[in-house]
Write a protein that binds this ligand. Structure first.
Ligand SMILES: Nc1nc2c(c(=O)[nH]1)N[C@H]1C(S)=C(S)[C@@H](COP(=O)(O)O)O[C@H]1N2
Ligand SMILES: [Mo]
Length: 163
């Protein structure tokens, strides 16, 4: 019986999506990178902060603040900018929200500075439906990569296709 229960527990953890509620770290950066890590809310808040200004659909400007997405990847040892060489360009970022929604980014995209993991908008913490963290991309009015409730930044290596 005990063995069966243990097996069931293992199976449950294997099939459950990234949705483990309170047990989920604030932000996880993992995958094919030199120093995968998790960040607590306090650790995130202590990182160097940047701000970007973005116009919404009605033309109203909003100020988002948080930590540069490239900086966060750098913390986990992801090679970027001049360190992004040769085979490393086959890697990409899979960014995922608590609901499982995901968007991908190629690593050379982080040559630009204005990709943000925001925790505030106009000086206030993001709404629960959006935060506590959201990817904010000032250059992308189509907001499909503005992953809400961001919990995971995973580096994935694209596999060689053999013919
Ligand atoms: N976690 C999560 N983030 C998400 C989505 C989602 O379904 N889940 N939808 C995306 C898409 S397709 C769009 S257009 C915007 C919509 O957000 P808005 O209605 O606040 O502009 O959120 C993006 N971020
Ligand atoms: Mo969308």
């Amino acid at each position: 019986m005990k063995v069966l229960l243990a097996l069931l527990a293992v199976l449950c953890t294997l099939v459950s999506p990234v949705e483990a509620g309170d047990t989920l770290p604030f932000l996880t950066i993992d995958g094919e990178t030199a120093s995968p890590r998790t960040l607590s809310e306090a650790e995130f808040k202590a990182l160097p902060r940047t701000a970007v200004r973005v116009k919404d659909r009605s033309g109203k400007e909003h100020s988002y603040e948080g930590v540069s997405l490239g900086f966060l990847l750098g913390l986990a040892g992801v090679p970027l900018k001049q360190n992004l060489k040769h085979g490393e360009v086959a890697k990409f970022l899979h960014a995922q929200g608590r609901d499982g929604y995901a968007a991908v980014f190629a690593l050379p995209e982080f040559d630009r500075q204005d990709y943000l993991v925001a925790d505030t908008a106009d000086g206030k913490a993001l709404e629960p439906a959006t935060g506590p963290l959201q990817i904010v991309l000032p250059a992308e009015p189509r907001r499909s990569r503005w992953v809400k409730q961001l919990v995971l930044l995973r580096i994935v290596r694209s596999r060689e296709v053999r013919f």
